[in-house]
Design a protein around this ligand. Sequence first.
Ligand SMILES: [Zn+2]
Length: 350
Amino acid sequence: MKRLTFLLIVLTTTLFGQKIPKNIVILIGDGMGITQITGGWIYKRGHLPLKRFTDVGLMTVHPIDALITDSAAGATAFACGKKTRVGMLGVDSAGRPLTNLFDIARKHKKKVGVISTVAVVDATPAAFVAHVPHRRMYDSIAVQYLHNMPDVVIGGGRKFFESHLLPTAKTYRRLRRKGYDIITHPDSIVYASRKRLIALVADVDLPPPARRKLFSLMAWNTAHRLLSKNKHGYVLMIEGGQIDRACHANHPDWYRQEIIDFFNVVEDVLHQAEKDGETLVIVLADHETGGLAIPHGDLTTGEAELKWTTGHHTADLIPVFAYGPGSERFRGVYDNTDIFRKLRALIEAR
Ligand SMILES: [Zn+2]
């Protein structure tokens, strides 16, 4: 019976052209609604890497008991497939730990990685690793990372891993024995040479793009180089974490730098996926931040006038862009929890 099922799966996937990716890259622009994307398009004078994505969807992002979500409930929805309350991370609304996409990927022999421009214990990356009733339990999240370390971790948040709770030298020794390179300076990321990597290169968040320069591109390129050695592929989450920060602050220049930085990474990942033909790339957000509008601007000069309506998150539906094997599954209008189900099906089908 088992063999017959297997044969049927092989037949249907080849006969009906169902495409299953080897690698999955999930790019999350924290706080990036459709207007934040539009702003990036204007700043790049009409160049939009997202135009090369073949499939587009829209998703609702509300938490279980309210209209407006935060990053914790939002990321839990697509990382774990369940709606939860605002502030809760990797757990359902009763506080029970949920299985996440990384757990499923590892069961299928895939490598996993997170990259963020903020602390890796922050809500969005942490939803793929940790389970806590409140997102600000950074020390607990760091401890859970240490027990369940992704193969590649690149971002900020070093101070939470070097707090009084954890004997640093012993912890790092143990991780080196497990094959990890430990890097603390951003310029050294590209020299990572072991099969695994922990690069915590800032105490909390990284500095804005003007000061962190090519960090995002170096982080992605290094993660891809290490993770792609695995013949079963990988699942990598990359977060542009400061789009949200800049939009909370209603800070035009910071937002402009962040969206351009994020678009550059999207473009590089897409380029890789176009080359290898076996990588699914998904671009989405957890929610919109700032209620941004652009009443005026100029595509030829790349200038945009920004008007914010709030310093908080909004209820906007969020666009999803997909490219690569399985991308057609992301068409339509659905809920953020469906992202988990769609990706789980693709991981389990291979
Ligand atoms: Zn926010």
